[in-house]
Design a protein around this ligand. Structure first.
Ligand SMILES: [Zn+2]
Ligand SMILES: [Zn+2]
Length: 488
């Protein structure tokens, strides 16, 4: 008997956590953060306490009470007993590395096998390495709340520099070429196009019927043909777990149209072009890269993006190389702010001493600082979001400069407040703002086409606020209830 339980991603966009069970085999599809539940209780400065392990998260229903899956260092620290529900699983399959699908890996046991595409694993590694150690254990696992002894025998709290504290996770690449067998489940990982590299959908074969899980997808990016291929391979499955983020939307701009608009804005700009785009969306990176190149400008990316590209290149993903003649890595001042001054190199190194992953880029031949850009603004497209606005004080953009906002438009109060701050910075520097963006998700008509072509017996809408709309289209739908098991 095949059964499905949704612990997130049911009647909400994101937070996907689905357990599939057939006989003795159990797998989890995604283990993400629920933005809707988090934003109900939390704020930038109001976060669950690490000192309370899993308890704050479980109190707010951010983490489900499932036995046997969670990290024991947190449970021991808070003396919390295992929850009653017997739902431990054999492996986690990640569709992609967006936070709403992957970031709660942090709370999972270190020995739980985690499967993802090579590029998904590269993104996880980059997020972990460029963040604060132990705050997001996606790729490795930092044992917390561990006591040891100093050389002279006094008790000492151990940290990530102590041996044995950081251990590997059971990270396993899920090949796009051949399926992975977990008990009775045969999991076929199939690449799809979304706003992140390495995204996968799954076709899962089981003794009691086949199931397809879309993850997040679209046709209108540069890898739209991949999504088409997935639709073909999923044809005729019994159950389709179908994302419906934009089921209520009629149409969308394509990535190609976004690129054309960006290119036009760059062409019309005399001074510096600043651009903000989702930092891990490599389709958008290609759009901006090509638009800059067409207009004889260099694209200056952030060091975090450079780190990500480095990891993705190793995974074999199609992204610009760091020594590409059209790419520059923008170094910002750290520590005492000596970068760009006449100081000794060793002094500048000291400024970067606390951000080791970033210090590696100091010697890269493609780096630029505010000084390079200030002297030659019309030659660059510089990556900048709200948090980079202070850099403009050093860069001093000249008259006739532009800001391209190539991210989703603000959709809640918090984003409106941030947008007002951005506008104030842009006004202060006399920058003209432009907006162009397309979503990572297919609009309603494309979603309908996917379901019509797959022709499943049963559609289970997930990752949507409008599951009913699939039923309105005449599909045979079943609706999951959060944490309740549905059997087939
Ligand atoms: Zn999502
Ligand atoms: Zn996503």
């Amino acid at each position: 008997m095949l059964s499905i339980t949704g612990f997130g991603g049911v009647n909400e966009i994101g937070g996907n956590k689905f357990v599939l069970e057939d006989g003795k085999s159990r797998i989890m599809l995604d283990f993400g953060l629920s933005f809707s539940t988090a934003s109900k209780y939390l704020d930038e400065f109001l976060q669950p306490r690490k000192l309370n392990g899993l308890l704050d998260y479980q109190e707010l229903e951010l983490l489900p009470k499932i036995k046997g899956i969670y990290r024991t260092d947190y449970q021991k620290h808070t003396n919390s007993s295992e929850p009653e529900e017997q739902l431990e699983f054999d492996a986690l399959f990640l569709s992609h590395a967006h936070a709403d699908h992957a970031s709660y890996i942090h709370f999972l046991r270190s020995d739980l096998p985690i499967y993802g595409s090579e590029a998904t694993l590269a993104v996880l590694k980059s997020i972990e390495e460029t963040g604060a150690k132990g705050n997001l254990d996606l790729y490795t696992f930092t044992n917390s709340f561990q006591m040891g002894k100093t050389k002279d025998g006094r008790p000492k709290r151990l940290d990530s520099r102590d041996p044995g504290i950081v251990v590997p996770r059971q990270i396993r690449p899920a090949s796009f070429q051949k399926p992975t067998q977990i008990g009775d489940f045969q999991v076929h990982s199939i690449p799809v196009n979304h706003s992140l590299p390495g995204c996968a959908a799954f076709v899962i074969k089981s003794p009691d019927g086949d199931l397809a899980y879309t993850g997040d997808l679209r046709f209108h990016g540069y890898g739209g043909h991949l999504t088409e291929e997935f639709v073909k391979r999923a044809r005729g499955v019994k159950i389709l777990l179908m994302e419906g983020t934009r089921i209520d939307k009629k149409e969308t701009k394509t990535e190609e149209q976004v690129k054309t608009e960006i290119s036009q804005i760059i062409r019309d700009t005399k001074g510096l072009v600043l651009a903000n785009w989702p930092s891990r969306d490599t389709d958008r990176l290609w759009s901006i890269y090509n638009a800059a190149k067409e207009n004889d400008r260099l694209l200056a990316i952030s060091t975090k993006q450079a780190h990500l590209l480095e990891q993705l290149l190793r995974s074999g993903a199609d992204v610009p190389k760091l020594d590409d003649p059209n790419i520059r890595i923008f170094l910002t001042r750290r520590g005492w702010g000596l970068l760009g001054s006449e100081c000794e190199r060793s002094e500048i190194d000291r400024d970067y001493a606390y951000v080791k992953w970033e210090a590696r880029f100091l010697d890269h031949k493609n780096t630029v600082t505010f000084k390079d850009i200030r002297g030659d603004c019309s030659k660059y497209v510089l990556r900048a979001d709200l948090f980079d606005m202070t850099e403009l004080i050093d860069v001093k953009p000249p008259e006739g400069s532009s800001y391209i906002r190539s991210v989703v438009e603000p959709f809640d109060d918090e984003m409106n407040v941030s947008e007002q701050k951005l506008d104030n910075w842009l006004d202060h520097f006399g920058l003209k703002k432009f907006q162009t963006h397309c979503s990572g998700h297919a609009p309603g008509p494309d979603l309908e086409k996917i379901v019509r072509e797959i022709e499943p017996e049963i559609v289970i809408p997930i990752h949507t606020n409008h599951p009913q709309k699939f039923k309105d289209l005449g599909f045979n739908c079943k609706f999951l209830e959060s944490t309740k098991t549905m059997t087939f």
